[in-house]
Design a protein around this ligand. Structure first.
Ligand code: ZN
Length: 319
């Protein structure tokens, strides 16, 4: 697969990261110089971002993801090896909007370093704030970070990333334009496919219940009512009252299937199933919410992950 050729997914252990430290120091000094002669070294926080960068950058980027499959970005704390991988990159791409809730300080410090050794960019900065969902009360000025589930917003992220790469490496402008145009066409096709598949679910059944509130943008764009047991962050608490309220909603709406997520433990959903009684089941296949699938599976990239989710949702909700 072409994608795999250009996608150096280097999730290496902390010890190796430390061994590389001396090399890292050196490459930091030379960062952003002479990018015409070598690929751009890009460190991304999540696997989703690593996939996006490798799609848009192609052979011009060497991409490292700090978080592998199944890792919850809300809870992730960077290791010493991660610090090295961040420092050695020419370009750091993170999601932003506090998705990486426990990395905010580290990422902000890197962005404020003077003189700046590398470019540090949040893909959330490519999305106009009026297209983002404001977070709930108590968190004014913050937004729901899960916008990748609206494929049209991920297209904006791809276009913003293209412009970032061109700015960093203008000698290869045509390359980035071609790469991004090809990928944007695939995303447009995916968007239409998701729309068509959701339409096959009878309207009263278009209710998506998941472990945490990650699917608002998906529901908003494709016409499903969405409820998460936990809030926007998996760090939020779930009370007995939350479980009872959602159980009541599920009974009243006669919802038959609820969905687990690969990056969130199922224990709270089990409590919810118990509270509802025998009328509801857990989908035998979980959704990918905040992390891609294992490398080598169909969901190890964005296109496959979205297809997996929509097929799983349709199979679960259609009578
Ligand atoms: Zn999340």
């Amino acid at each position: 697969m072409k994608r795999l050729l250009s996608f150096a997914w280097l999730v290496v252990g902390g010890a190796v990261g430390c061994l590389l430290m001396s090399g890292c120091q050196r490459s930091t000094t030379h960062a952003r110089t002479d990018l015409t002669q070598r690929p751009i070294s890009v460190t991304c926080t999540t696997g989703l971002l690593a996939d996006l960068v490798s799609q848009v950058g192609g052979s011009r980027v060497q991409v490292t993801a700090l978080m592998g499959p199944g890792i919850d970005p809300h809870q992730y704390r960077p290791s010493a090896g991660d610090q090295a991988r961040l420092h050695q990159a020419d370009l750091i791409i993170y999601h932003g909007l506090h998705l990486e809730g426990k990395m905010v300080d580290v990422l902000e410090r890197l962005g404020q370093r003077q003189p700046s050794k590398q470019k540090v960019v949040a893909v959330a900065s490519f999305i106009p704030t009026d297209l983002l969902r404001p977070a709930s009360e108590g968190f004014e000025g913050t937004y729901d970070p899960h916008f990748w589930f609206d494929v049209t917003l991920w297209m904006r992220a791809a276009a913003g990333l293209r412009d970032t790469l061109i700015e960093l490496d203008p000698a290869h402008t045509d390359h980035y334009r071609q790469q991004s145009a090809a990928y944007l066409a695939k995303l447009e096709q995916l968007h239409q496919e998701v729309q068509a598949k959701v339409q096959t679910i009878p309207p009263p059944q278009r209710v998506l219940i998941t472990a945490h509130d990650a699917f608002y943008y998906f529901g908003q764009r494709y016409g499903l009512e969405v409820r998460g047991l936990q809030g926007i962050s998996t760090a939020s608490e779930t009370s007995t009252r939350d479980v009872q309220a959602l159980a009541k909603f599920i009974r009243e709406r006669r919802i038959r299937t609820i969905f687990a997520e690969t990056s969130v433990p199922e224990q709270h959903l089990r409590a919810l199933l118990q509270a509802v009684g025998g009328e509801v089941r857990l989908s035998p296949v979980p959704l990918y919410s905040d992390a891609l699938g294992e490398l080598g599976t169909p969901a190890d990239n964005y296109l496959g992950m979205i297809r997996h989710n929509v097929d799983t949702i349709v199979a679960g909700l259609r009578p």
